[in-house]
Structures are given as structure tokens and as C-alpha cells.
Design a protein around this ligand. Structure first.
Ligand code: ZN
Length: 300
């Protein structure tokens, strides 16, 4: 979901960072603000929890908005929060494997039909070593604070960088599971994404009963697939691909699953939602989203 605020909240900015995005909205505000979705400008793309997605995807095909896409991705996972210091579960190793296996996967290739000013979306993700920052994390309500964290820990930001910030904070009353946005670190424009801790969070749970991943890892992987696919196809302020209601390729297939798990290029399996394909919709070859539109693909 792309959302846009008319009332700009104050953001705290670190000196080395400039923030191009605005605060995620509450569900009520997002529905109102969706009416301005075609306006260009800074924005943050919120992935709503199950009960919060009040509006169904409307118009079918996505439209190009004259900006760039990501021809390739350099990724680093950032685990932010005090509890990561002594973490012994499967989320860190699992999300590293997820990113490594996303690269070149048939799942990633479902986003490859889209083009932008700089070329065609590519499915290569070069995953760097993860970073653990065991200082206290901040939540998703302030995009500037998340960008500041990215700029703090990523010492060599690159223009095709996509930096995922996995916090140890539960969602609480927030209506979204995650979001992606963009900003600038040391003069380099980067993509970044924010994730709540989704352990025991039914609103953000894909209900993966087959892969053996912990529930918390399975939930993060599903939203990570959504955010990364959206960043690749709609990364920048100038606008990539989204439909008339502002829905990006992840949004249009949110919370719909075609198969129990999808196998990635490194053999790992994940229960992940599909991603919208204009081609699949136009030819009736996708599986249906929540509105019954057959435009979702998962590459399985
Ligand atoms: Zn989204």
C-alpha cells in the first residue's frame, strides 16, 4: 500500500541522513489519503495486517509512473534491538537464507516483467552479511529513525542498496506489519524496510504449517517477500509501478497464497504470498487475489 500524508509529522533526522519519506498512517488515515495516491512525492509503503486492509484491490493492471526500477539489488539484513544480542532462534539464519535464496528464484522472476527509466527489473540479489545492532530499537511510526539506523550501521551504502531493519518490537496497535521506503545515506539514495517482531501476531501470520520455520520467521519471510518485490518495482520518489489506487505488486496479492510453500534458488522453502503480474492478469494465467483478479504469481 502506498500512503501519503497531508499533515506532515515531525521527523527526527540524523545529521548524515535526509529522509524522503513520511510517517506510516493509521488505517483510517490511509483510506482517506489513498485519494491522493497519484500525486508524486515522498511516501512510505505500508503493508497492512490482515484485519486492517479495508479496501480491496480495485483497478487491475499496474501502471508505470515514469520513474526508475531496481535492475539488481544489494541487500543487508539489520537486526536492531537489545534482544538480538543473545538471540538463539531461527530468524537471523533464516532471513539470511531467505535473502540468499530469493536471488534468481522463480519467485523473484515474477517481478521481472516491469521496466523503468533505467532498464528492466532484475532478479539478482547480492546479500551481504547481516548486522546486529543490540541498542534499543525504535518502532515503525517514525521513518526517520529507521533511516537513521540504516545510515548508522551501513558504512558503505550503495545506490541499489536495500536494507531491511528487523526490530524486536511487537506491533501493538499499529495496523501494519512492515513497510518500505527510501532515503539518503551520505548522499547515496537507498531503499530500506522496517519490520515489527511478528511472533504470535495473528494479523501478520501466513500460517505456515509445512516448512518447519518458527512462526516468527515464517511471518517475517512473507512480509519480506512483499516488501522486497515492491521495492524492486517501485523504489523511488518519481514512481514505478502501482495501480490507480496506489497498490503495488505486493499489495495487490497480499494475504493470498497459492501453494503451501515456494522453493527458492538455494533450496529453502517459504510460505510467501504471490506478486502481481500484469501479464498474468491480462492472459488469465495467475491465481486470484482477494478481489478474485487472476494476476498473482508465485513462481512455484
Ligand atoms: Zn505493500
Amino acid at each position: 500500500m502506498r500512503a501519503r500524508w497531508t499533515i506532515v509529522a515531525a521527523l527526527s533526522l540524523a545529521a548524515a541522513c535526509s529522509d524522503n519519506s513520511q510517517q506510516p498512517t493509521s488505517p483510517t488515515q490511509s483510506i482517506a489519503e489513498d485519494r491522493t495516491e497519484l500525486a508524486t512525492g515522498p511516501r512510505t509503503h505500508v503493508f497492512y495486517a490482515k484485519g486492517q486492509a479495508g479496501r480491496k484491490p480495485g483497478s487491475a493492471d499496474m501502471i508505470w509512473h515514469n520513474g526508475p526500477i531496481m535492475t539488481s539489488v544489494v541487500s543487508q539484513n539489520i537486526f536492531w534491538g537489545t534482544s538480538w544480542a543473545n538471540y538463539s532462534g531461527d530468524k537471523i539464519t533464516g532471513l539470511d537464507a531467505f535473502m540468499g535464496g530469493y536471488s534468481g528464484s522463480n519467485y523473484a522472476k515474477t517481478s521481472d516483467e516491469y521496466t523503468g527509466t533505467n532498464g528492466t527489473v532484475g532478479n539478482t540479489v547480492t546479500a551481504g552479511s547481516h548486522i546486529i545492532d543490540a541498542t534499543a530499537a525504535s518502532g515503525g511510526g517514525n521513518t526517520g529513525a529507521i533511516l537513521a539506523e540504516v545510515c548508522k550501521v551501513i558504512t558503505n551504502p550503495v545506490a541499489n542498496g536495500y536494507y531491511s531493519v528487523y526490530t524486536d518490537l511487537p506491533r501493538g496497535n499499529a495496523g501494519y506489519c512492515a513497510w518500505h521506503s527510501h532515503g539518503t545515506c551520505n548522499g547515496v539514495g537507498v531503499q530500506f524496510a522496517f519490520f515489527w517482531k511478528l511472533d504470535g501476531d495473528a494479523g501478520c501470520d501466513p500460517v505456515d504449517n509445512t516448512t518447519g520455520h518458527s512462526q516468527g520467521l515464517a511471518a517475517l519471510a512473507n512480509v519480506a517477500a512483499h516488501e522486497l518485490s515492491e521495492a524492486r518495482t517501485d523504489p523511488d520518489v518519481q514512481g514505478g509501478w502501482y495501480d490507480r489506487q496506489g497498490a503495488e505488486n505486493g499489495d495487490k496479492c497480499a494475504w493470498t497464497f497459492n501453494v503451501a510453500s515456494v522453493t527458492f534458488s538455494n533450496g529453502t522453502r517459504w510460505k510467501v504470498q504471490g506478486e502481481w503480474s500484469n501479464k498474468a492478469f491480462d492472459t488469465g494465467t495467475g491465481y486470484p487475489n482477494r478481489s478474485g483478479q487472476k494476476g498473482c504469481l508465485d513462481g512455484h
